[in-house]
Write a protein that binds this ligand. Sequence first.
Ligand code: NAG
Ligand code: NAG
Ligand code: NAG
Ligand code: NAG
Ligand code: NAG
Ligand code: NAG
Ligand code: NAG
Length: 500
Amino acid sequence: MRLQLLLLLFHFVSLPDATSASSRPNIVFILTDDQDVTLGGLEPMAKTKKLMTEQGVFFSNAFVSTPICCPSRSSYLTGNYIHNHGALNNSIAGNCAATDDWQSGPEKRTYATYIKEAGYRTGYFGKYLNQYGFNKTGDNGPGHIPPGWDDWMGLIGNSKYYDYSVSFNGVVEKHGNDYHADYFTDLIANRSIEFIHNTTKLHPDDPFLLVAATPAPHGPFTPAPQYADTYAGMHSPRTPNWNHHSKDKHWVVKEQAIMDDQRINASDTIFCNRWGTLRSVDDLVGRVFDALNQTGKLENTYILYSSDHGFQMGQFCIPGDKREPYEHDIRIPMLLRGPGIPANETRHEIVLNIDVAPSLIAMSGGEPPASMDGRSFFEIARGGKVEPSEWRTDFLVDYHGEGKPQCECVTCPIPPPDKFHEIDCSNNTYVCLRTLEGGADGRDSIYCEFTDTNFYEYYNLKKDPWQLTNIIGSADAGEVDKLKTRLDYLRKCQGESCRK
Ligand SMILES: *[C@@H]1O[C@H](CO)[C@@H](O)[C@H](O)[C@H]1NC(C)=O
Ligand SMILES: *[C@@H]1O[C@H](CO)[C@@H](O)[C@H](O)[C@H]1NC(C)=O
Ligand SMILES: *[C@@H]1O[C@H](CO)[C@@H](O)[C@H](O)[C@H]1NC(C)=O
Ligand SMILES: *[C@@H]1O[C@H](CO)[C@@H](O)[C@H](O)[C@H]1NC(C)=O
Ligand SMILES: *[C@@H]1O[C@H](CO)[C@@H](O)[C@H](O)[C@H]1NC(C)=O
Ligand SMILES: *[C@@H]1O[C@H](CO)[C@@H](O)[C@H](O)[C@H]1NC(C)=O
Ligand SMILES: *[C@@H]1O[C@H](CO)[C@@H](O)[C@H](O)[C@H]1NC(C)=O
């Protein structure tokens, strides 16, 4: 009798838990590159909005801790801030996919290694880290399949749409420029769908983790032929900071000239083409959904959608780039749907790139390792009540400017300010404290230190959401001291101390 009661209780307690062994949920993570959320980045994605936003949770305050590819992607993988995973920039010297430091350390403790360990079949398809697979000194070449993945198709190097190579399970596969055979977003979709079919057939009892990581909408911004003219003639949003020359910004931004018609056209062309590339990503989302539906897996699958950072197109006279501590660069899309996640709801808590690894592990039923700096937002998505005092109200933004030895900037010699170029220099290096407290009296600000040039920026985003006026000169010294102390704390935090 007592045993029966106990069994009954056990049954009752374990039933609502989607993570019981027989029905552990599948997980799909779709990661784009450079997709903003503040300048209309989700607008061209009708299917994604219908399947994800209307049928899941939208995080209205999702950010990255660094607005650059390789360091941010390394944060997605490890759940760590830059200072704890050590990938500083997009080059091997900066530990992007490097053999010695990245591959022998942080890469061995990504979310994939934990989730595979827990019995999942895992597959990764798309762009990995900018320096992956080249066979250059220090990167181990395309034969290297990062630990944690059963099935692997990693792009060799940085974002491309045509004329690229991938490592398909360790073997190099070359692609040219025939749309039907080579368009990379479509290839990622095709292999992802194959993975779903193969896995459900060959390993019907195992849950799976699938990652589809598109270079889109990153440069070279090449839409599929059917979307090449879809957005012709449109232009980027003319936000208050668009083509706005700011005298009170750090050197590299202040140096930008007002854009002339030619640069405006170049910037708007980027806008149109980015939206074109996103239509193929939208198709990918739709096709992955269809495959999950066909295999009967949709109802038991979590789908997370995000981007490695944002982008700007003409804001502060920068025709097209990221790398700056402004909202369009650091805000990202973050969408989640799946069993137990309510439809068409918005969450306002701050969620970060470093939260993705712990969240994916939590979805698989695991306990996120204490060494991860981020926190799982899975409970928040499910509607679990989180006391405001229990969740973060600030975070660290950390960026290491890139430059070549010849001129200390990415483009050498430094082009005149009216010429279109990538905008970065070694001294575009900064740390910021972004605070967002919520409530009518809550603080909404960002405080940044450009240590190399002894320069500071501080914005009250409540009054000045487009970051037009740097208020560091008029700010209360005690208030700045507090921000500085908190920033110094977060710059050194590790694991649990980052979650305080
Ligand atoms: C993807 O699969 C579709 C349908 O099977 C096919 O028509 C298309 O050519 C494939 N594209 C690539 C790039 O493999
Ligand atoms: C799926 O299985 C087929 C048949 O074994 C194989 O050719 C294909 O490469 C597999 N696809 C993936 C993405 O692993
Ligand atoms: C840019 O200029 C070209 C050539 O004049 C024109 O065809 C194109 O429509 C313009 N693009 C935008 C976005 O205005
Ligand atoms: C799943 O497939 C069924 C049958 O083809 C269809 O009726 C249903 O609308 C599909 N569901 C989704 C979410 O696509
Ligand atoms: C989603 O919610 C919004 C209001 O928050 C509402 O206007 C809209 O109709 C809802 N959409 C669906 C598909 O339920
Ligand atoms: C990346 O960081 C490393 C280590 O600080 C540095 O040596 C290298 O020059 C940086 N790369 C670029 C392109 O700035
Ligand atoms: C930043 O570095 C560049 C390139 O070395 C240099 O031209 C510029 O003067 C520096 N800016 C400041 C404020 O030191």
